[in-house]
Ligand binder design. Structure first.
Ligand SMILES: Nc1ncnc2c1ncn2[C@@H]1O[C@H](COP(=O)(O)OP(=O)(O)OP(=O)(O)O)[C@@H](O)[C@H]1O
Length: 207
């Protein structure tokens, strides 16, 4: 029997996360309904909208912090995504490095990468500073440092641009670019255009 060269098959991209006919609400109000979305390796999903449109509420539903009001949601396992919320999830009383060490210990992540990750996010110099003494942008950078340590395929970033200066925005653009180039996926909320040159961005306007 003749055997030819194996023919390269197109890669089937299995979504990290998908939702159909999703509705979400706060209190007695429905904020969003009939929402369909899917995020696969290499995708960036930009959730855009005015203040109060429901961006944070939606991302909290996507990560499982609050239930959807209706529809279907398929989410990855907890160790397959990393979420950065509005508040950065940093302990103000601890130093930058201590925060990261604690996060690594809690999440079973090797702490050996902390020094390099802090260099990358421009915080090496501030590693011993108590978090409460950092500026808003520096706190944001500390939260972004966890992305490098976590090395999880799906990132969910709520307003990651807030507080960052031009250099910080460029850094975030690079991190996002590298992540999707390595077949990661990103869900990101922002009022602004996203930094960097991202190859595959889908924008969902929430109003
Ligand atoms: N605990 C709450 N109870 C009732 N309504 C709430 C609660 N928290 C937020 N809301 C309302 O839900 C709506 C959506 O809020 P959400 O924080 O998701 O908006 P957002 O698009 O992220 O806004 P922003 O751009 O200002 O961060 C707003 O109208 C807000 O007032």
């Amino acid at each position: 029997m003749l055997r030819g060269c194996p023919i390269a098959q197109p890669r089937a991209l299995i979504p990290f996360l998908s939702a159909s006919d999703l509705s979400i609400g706060r209190g007695d109000r429905t904020l969003l309904s009939g929402l369909n979305l899917s995020i696969s390796p290499g995708d960036v999903l930009h959730l855009r909208g005015r203040n109060g449109a429901g961006k944070s509420s939606l991302i909290e539903v996507l990560v499982g912090l609050r239930p959807a009001r209706g529809g279907t949601l398929k989410r990855p396992a907890a160790d397959q995504f990393h979420w950065i919320g509005h508040r950065n999830a940093l302990n103000s009383d601890l130093g930058v490095r201590e925060n990261l060490e604690g996060w690594c210990a809690l999440n079973g992540v090797a702490a050996s990468g902390i020094a390099a990750a802090l260099e990358r996010t421009g915080l090496a110099r501030l590693r011993h500073r108590q978090v409460r003494t950092l500026s808003a942008g520096q706190k944001r950078r500390a939260a972004l440092t966890r992305l490098l340590l976590a090395q999880r395929p799906l990132w969910l970033l709520d307003e990651p641009l807030s507080g960052l200066d031009g250099e910080g925005l460029a850094l975030l653009g690079q991190l996002m670019n590298e992540h999707v180039a390595g077949d990661g996926g990103i869900v990101v909320t922002s009022h602004q255009s996203l930094p960097g040159r991202l190859p595959r961005v889908t924008i969902i306007d929430l109003g």
